[in-house]
Design a protein around this ligand. Structure first.
Ligand SMILES: CC(C)(COP(=O)(O)OP(=O)(O)OC[C@H]1O[C@@H](n2cnc3c(N)ncnc32)[C@H](O)[C@@H]1OP(=O)(O)O)[C@@H](O)C(=O)NCCC(=O)NCCS
Length: 233
């Protein structure tokens, strides 16, 4: 079973990484494959409650590959960890079949509570470089999580999510309307500048109004009547 899984992981590199030349190269030179091989054994020890050995294997794997997969994580078949450096997969994470995970991805938790605290990825999910998926929720099949996205909520099947916090931008390959989009930094800065300008103008008008009121009060009621008569004539 373990060897079949390893073979499927090697095949996944050959099929999904355009830079991979052949299966031998994938087996010998891809750290993502090495991390998965170490993990398959570590997970076996974990399932047989030999936690120390399991953890030891995963730490040795981390030293050589810069990929940290907790031995408790459940990984499906045909997984591609491309480049891999900085990938962290937590203890209660589940990764479905044929998922692709790029460098710098975290499948992590958000608290210190015990029990299920890491995400569950469906099948054929792509997690872009640097993306973080944090919390115990499900990501549906065939989802794309953009590079550097921070996903904090579940996703249905066939959704593309981007940004921080990540929001769906496509469903079944069709773009979603943008009516709920947030301000960009440039838009915010320009709005701030316009507000400051409006404040300056309001305070100028207020001063002008105050000084006019003061001069009218100083002139007295007779002057105001005379000014009114002059206007009529
Ligand atoms: C998420 C991703 C799969 C989207 O691919 P896609 O389906 O072709 O989507 P589009 O390029 O049409 O983008 C859809 C919208 O999301 C935005 N978007 C795409 N990727 C984004 C990202 N990483 N961060 C923020 N916004 C992103 C686009 O600007 C576009 O916005 P718009 O509709 O306002 O113009 C792709 O952009 C991505 O991030 N892939 C990860 C690849 C990676 O990590 N490679 C590492 C190689 S070493």
């Amino acid at each position: 079973m373990i060897f079949k899984d390893i073979w499927l992981d090697v095949k996944a590199v050959k099929e999904r990484d355009p830079a991979a030349r052949n299966v031998l190269e994938a087996l010998l030179l891809y750290q993502g494959v090495h991390a998965l091989i170490w993990h398959r054994f570590a997970h076996w020890f974990y399932r047989h409650r030999m936690f120390f050995i399991a953890r030891l294997i995963s730490q040795v794997a981390r030293f050589f590959t810069m990929i940290e997969i907790h031995p408790g994580a459940q990984l499906g078949h045909g997984i591609l960890i491309d480049h891999g450096a900085g990938v962290v997969i937590g203890e209660t994470a589940v990764v479905g079949d044929n998922c692709t995970i790029y460098q710098g991805v975290t499948l992590g938790g958000v608290g210190t509570q015990k029990g299920k605290r890491h995400p569950t990825l469906g099948n054929n999910v792509m997690v872009g470089a640097g993306a973080k998926i944090l919390g115990a929720f499900e990501v549906g099949d065939n989802c794309y999580i953009a590079a550097n996205a921070v996903l904090l909520k579940p996703l249905e099947d066939n959704v593309t999510a981007v940004g921080i916090p990540a929001r769906p931008v496509k469903k079944d390959g069709v773009s979603l309307p943008k009516n709920k989009r947030t301000l960009t930094l440039e838009e915010y800065e320009s709005m701030k500048e316009r507000m400051a300008q409006m404040e300056r103008e309001i305070s100028y008008l207020k001063e002008a109004l105050d000084s006019q009121k003061a001069s009218e009060a100083g002139a007295g009621p007779e002057t105001a009547v005379q000014a009114g008569e002059a206007e009529k004539s």
